[in-house]
Write a protein that binds this ligand. Structure first.
Ligand code: HSE
Length: 419
């Protein structure tokens, strides 16, 4: 049966986000859920069977449906659904950051060619309206930097390690049980999910199409109590921070790295599954947005906001994309020339690659472990990063003002407190 306004939505997926959307839609009497398409026929669901279909085409070819919400975790399946909907000139809302970030050029072209609409606020920072802010508010004003905590699961884990001292595996299990983590949590803790999100932010904030291999990326999966205690002894906390910023040569620099932050940074105060995004605009100056970055209802709320906006005719205008003569999106040059200060703890010291460090201080040396603080050119770190990661290393960026001497002294304090 149709509601008064006659709008009908077809939903793909009934996991954490699909369920969340269904819940929040109960507040909206003007929208009917046509059917929900799921894969697993045997799984116990919170709704009776007649709400579901197992055939995507049943929804995609239903002319009575006004728009779709694609909320499945498989990026390949999600791409097929979104492509077909856009080729039919339909409106679709998605939360699949991996699929969208890896296929953005095609998805923008499909909208231009067939007149359909794709919105994906829920794909980036859960309930924080970051894409709408970048599009609608900063569409014209040049941005200098957008950075922040973009993954709720890894922030939840880091918060628990810091505040409660529970084990990494226990904290990860909690993030999974609370519905924050991806089906494959490597995407969260390895920094891939954050990379997908900063790529989408870079597109809307700087008009940049980013190749993943251009981005310096490390995750939190090898963090230990020692690293957490060291950060605490320095008066800081470790957070997984993504950065997209223009350097002095007006070139874009991108990275996803565990980073030591101090109480004077907004990011220090972003806890549990919350995300936080810092914007630096040429004229508006600094701005900070904070909100729940993961979870069923916060993400469902972001999908709902997109659904409402799409029904009102809203589309992204991609104001910062630069087109080349062929009319295609082109990558913005990424530069890797500046220097970074890096902390490394590796449990396979014998396999550490010879990196071209500018400065290097080694400490905590034992048979099975080594810690070091060094400065290195971003370009060199990017070149050697995969070899470094093979040594089961935890890698974090230190602010330039933190000296190697301070880190060594703090590691002694941390050791004494642990004893
Ligand atoms: N796994 C994601 C996170 C879900 O933890 O942030 C929201 O994108």
């Amino acid at each position: 049966m149709k509601s008064k306004s006659g709008k009908r939505i077809g939903i793909f997926g009934f996991g954490c986000v699909g369920q969340g959307l269904h819940d929040v839609l109960q507040e909206n009497p003007h929208l009917d859920v046509a059917r929900i398409c799921v894969r697993d026929q045997e799984k116990l669901r919170t709704l009776p069977k007649h709400h579901f279909t197992y055939d995507a085409q049943e929804l995609l070819q239903d002319e009575s449906i006004d728009l779709y919400a694609e909320l499945i975790s498989d990026p390949k399946e999600a791409l097929l659904i979104v492509r077909q909907a856009l080729r039919a000139g339909k409106t679709i809302v998605s939360a699949n950051k991996k699929m969208i970030s890896e296929n953005l050029t095609e998805l923008v072209a499909l909208q231009e060619e067939f007149g359909g609409t794709l919105l994906y606020e829920a794909a980036v920072c859960g309930s924080i309206p970051i894409l709408r802010t970048l599009e609608a508010y900063y569409g014209n004003e040049p941005l200098l930097e957008v950075s922040g905590i973009l993954n709720g699961s890894s922030n939840y884990i880091l918060t628990k390690l810091d505040a409660e001292g529970i084990s990494y595996n226990e904290a990860l299990a909690q993030a999974q049980a609370l519905g924050f983590a991806e089906a494959d949590p490597t995407l969260d803790v390895g920094g891939y999910d954050t990379l997908h999100k900063i790529s989408l932010i870079a597109a809307h904030a700087f008009g940049a199409v980013v190749k993943p291999e251009q981005v310096l990326r490390a995750g939190i999966q090898h963090i230990s109590r020692k690293d957490v205690a060291l950060a605490q002894a320095l008066g800081g906390r470790i957070r997984l921070v993504a950065t997209a910023k223009l350097n002095q040569n007006n070139k874009l620099e991108l990275q996803v790295l565990p980073t030591l932050v101090f109480p004077d940074s907004e990011l220090y105060h972003v806890e549990a599954e919350f995300n936080g995004v810092q914007l630096e605009a040429r004229y508006a100056g600094d701005q900070f947005l904070k909100g729940r970055g993961a979870g069923s209802h916060p993400t469902g709320s972001a999908v709902w906001a997109d659904v409402s906006a799409a029904l009102a005719g809203y589309k992204y205008s991609y104001p910062k994309f630069r087109h080349n003569e062929e009319g295609e999106l082109r990558p913005v040059p990424v530069e890797e020339d500046d220097e970074l200060k890096i902390y490394v703890r590796s449990t396979m010291p014998e396999f550490l690659p010879q990196l071209p460090w500018r400065e290097l201080t080694v400490f905590g040396e034992g048979k099975r472990e080594i810690q070091l603080v060094g400065t290195i050119r971003r370009k060199d770190l990017l070149l050697h990063l995969s070899a470094l990661k093979q040594t089961i290393a935890f890698i974090a960026q230190l602010p330039a003002h933190v000296s190697a001497e301070q880190v060594v002294a703090a590691s002694c304090i941390a050791l004494e407190e642990a004893a």
